[in-house]
Design a protein around this ligand. Structure first.
Ligand code: FAD
Length: 476
């Protein structure tokens, strides 16, 4: 596409009205780079519409002028999906002024809100109504409802509550031609033809702009128990999860695998962190169980389940949080891993999933592959073990720049993804494709699925104006 002429830009500004856009270089700058500083682009204008009707008018006008649009929420995504490309010909459309909570319906267990609402604000609104919005991410203070829907975010409670797709009841979406798809209801059952709203969940802004959503709420847990459990291996962790499900059923909410090296990095780089157990162990799990009843006897059951696991050799040791402060400290160890890795030096990240039962074998094979390709590097394989999803990352060993690791990044990542493909796993379990993994999607996706994706894109966005170049390579 060509740079947008000044007259056309003026028409967009007139449409948005005073306060409806940002134009100066300083104001545009934070919208032109992703939060990791990896993807950079340019936009002549950041549109800040205030209502669905305004988004609709704006998109319809852009379609008539063939002007490309990049939807942006909190800009916390990992794959550059919200970053405009370099040509200065794509308008960033930020939902940050659309922050109205439209309804909290405790009887229907649902919450309806504008897509620009921060996740943390919605969690608070649910709590005020005595309910739980279970989506929980490290970025919840800055990511938006539209963003977590458009990336189908996961997080730390997927084991019990599912990914974002499972939490969405209804959607309102402005389509690439400006029409408004209104499926904004709290219906739990609706089998009237194709469930078209599903197309927009995880579409990374390539099929339309999500302007509002209705999400599921749940009973708030009244009892919570949290522990850090030490283990000999990922296989032992899986056996522990299996045993806990037998004894505690659905109460198991969080099951996060942490390797020793990750804990060492956190204790080294993040002030105030300390080893939760006296001795060092090769693996740990951050484990949380919750129950809606206050006097459910959960703490006692949890303690005896863990004691049983230690007695039977499935676990090596455990510390159970006895206060909110201790619980927060255990959670901080888990949440600090990305920051600790960042401070350890430039590394490589892979957001992979395989069937949970095959993860232990995958980790071992992956370790062997990496020992060959990156002998000096440290494997930091951590994350959502119960979902089969690991952040299969590499960090430099010594804290200094490992130039070989960065220089061979493409070869190493290709080997990791090839291994994932052999396991019929996913090369992007949580974070999507964005602009980072377009070629990887082409390489690893089932060709029939890829062809269907292209057909859907063509059907909904024949002009190719909605977040072009993200997820799929632009058409001819
Ligand atoms: C500290 C940290 C921890 C994280 N932890 C997790 C985790 O545990 N699990 C996980 O899944 N992710 C995690 N993430 C990444 C996650 O993708 C984002 O936090 C979140 O889902 C993106 O929301 P956002 O509002 O920032 O969207 P953005 O980054 O602004 O956008 C992401 C994508 O969605 C599109 N988009 C945004 N809003 C809309 C809209 N209204 N309509 C249409 N398209 C839209 C954009 O075009 C882009 O393609 C983490 C990120 C950080 C920084």
């Amino acid at each position: 596409m060509n740079p947008i002429p000044a007259l056309r830009l003026q028409a967009l500004k007139d449409l948005l009205g005073p306060g409806g856009f940002l134009e100066s270089a300083a104001d545009r700058a934070p919208f032109e780079v992703d939060f990791r500083g990896i993807h950079r682009g340019r936009t002549p204008l950041v549109a800040l519409p205030q209502s669905t009707a305004q988004v609709s008018d704006f998109v319809r006008h852009c379609a008539s002028q063939r002007i490309a649009i990049v939807p942006q929420g909190g800009n916390t995504g990992y794959c550059g999906g919200a970053t405009p490309r370099a040509g200065n010909d794509e308008i960033v459309l930020s939902l940050r002024r659309m922050t109205r909570i439209r309804a909290v319906d405790a009887a229907s267990n649902s919450l309806t809100a504008d897509a620009g609402c921060l996740l943390a604000t919605l969690q608070d609104a649910a709590a005020t109504a005595g309910r739980l919005l279970p989506m929980s991410l490290g970025s919840e203070g800055s990511c938006t409802l539209g963003g977590i829907i458009s990336t189908n975010a996961g997080g730390t409670a997927v084991l019990r509550y599912g990914m974002m797709r499972e939490l969405v009841l209804g959607l309102e979406v402005v389509l690439p031609d400006g029409r408004v798809l209104d499926q904004l209801t709290a219906l739990r059952k609706d089998n009237t033809g194709y469930d078209v709203k599903q197309l927009f969940i995880g579409a990374e802004g390539t099929l339309g702009v999500v302007t509002a959503a209705c999400v599921k709420l749940f009973t708030r847990p009244a009892s919570t128990a949290t522990a850090m459990v030490a283990l000999a291996s990922p296989a032992a962790a899986l056996a522990l999860l299996d045993g806990l499900r037998d004894s505690l059923g659905d109460a198991v909410t969080t099951f996060e695998l942490i390797p020793r090296i990750a804990l060492e990095f956190v204790c080294r780089h993040v002030p105030g962190s300390r080893d939760p157990l006296a001795a060092a162990h090769p693996w740990y799990v951050l484990l949380e169980v919750t129950q809606p009843q206050a006097d459910s006897g959960l703490a006692g059951q949890f303690e005896s389940a863990l004691a049983g696991a230690i007695d039977s050799g499935r676990a090596s040791d455990a510390v159970i949080a006895s206060s909110d402060a201790q619980r927060d400290a255990l959670w901080r160890l888990r949440e600090s891993i990305p920051e600790a890795q960042r401070q350890q030096g430039p590394g490589l990240k892979h957001d992979i999933s395989v069937e949970p039962s095959r993860l232990p074998q995958f980790i071992e094979e992956g370790r062997e592959v990496l020992a060959r390709l990156a002998p000096g590097a440290r494997l930091v394989a951590y994350g959502h073990l119960g979902d089969g999803n690991l952040h299969f990352n590499l960090s430099p060993a010594g804290g200094a720049q490992d130039t070989a690791l960065v220089a061979n990044g493409a070869t190493i990542s290709r080997a990791v993804h090839d291994l994932v493909a052999r396991y019929r796993g996913s090369i992007s379990a949580e974070h999507g494709i964005g602009q980072l993994k377009v070629a990887e999607l082409e390489r690893y996706e089932d060709p029939v699925a890829l062809a269907l994706m292209r057909s859907i894109k063509q059907a909904l966005d024949p002009l190719g104006i909605m977040n072009p170049g993200k997820v799929l390579r632009p058409g001819p």
